[in-house]
Write a protein that binds this ligand. Sequence first.
Ligand code: PAF
Length: 284
Amino acid sequence: MELIRELIPLQSAVQAWRRRNQCIALVPTMGNLHEGHLSLVREAKRIAERVVVSLFVNPLQFGPAEDFSAYPRTLAADREVLITEGVDLLFAPAVQTLYPNGQAEQTLVVVPPSLSEILCGASRPGHFTGVATVVCKLFHLVQPDIALFGEKDFQQLLVIRRMVADLNLPVIIQGMPTVREPDGLALSSRNAYLTEAERAIAPELYRTLLRSIDRFQQGDSLPSVERKALAELEALGFQPDYVQIRRQQDLGRPKPDDNALIILGAARLGKARLIDNQCFLRAE
Ligand code: PAF
């Protein structure tokens, strides 16, 4: 596996593959790889001839009070894992390489606020602009035929799909199911911030979402379901940000005839901000 940090060697490697008409898959990551990332890598290996993993802790998507400096950086271990998985190329640029004019001078990709400023976008202003901008740059640099993203970050997945559609980018976006611990906790690099006591409580976020779906299916109103979920999370020791039921297709508020729904939740537990979701079909 090649480890490339600069743009020109990356573009040369990719162009050589494109000249041979090889199908390229990209798995964008911020590193500190876990089984969730590896499920994307394995699917990429299955469907494409060449697999590129990018590893970049993107400062543009972190707010000033967020965990950019604390975010776990484990390049050496990640590299070993990706070699074992048979990845062709690991692209791990420095911040200066992707943002040579500085972040403030970077041209931005702004997805409409109806999608990017709700839910996580409401409590993390500018977050999805940072994500869309870096992913757009990666698409231009790597020119993948297909790119894979986890459904745990469901809003991120829709933001990227929307960017690709609106900018007519020639990339297929494939979402992949959330990978969970045996007790239901969704895998996330931020789980590392949890103390032992917090780790024991953390799966309650997902359980609360599942309980809320049951209540909704049994006829409880949307505001009542959401209120109860927030109260339960608070009682368990979380600082909940939101629990909301939305339409799967665009995260709009569900109308009575929308059947494909999703419940999404975000809550702080100690130093970690956890997010999770579950798609479901409205009961007849
Ligand atoms: O999901 C992530 O790890 C990041 O948001 C991504 C997509 C790699 C962009 O920095």
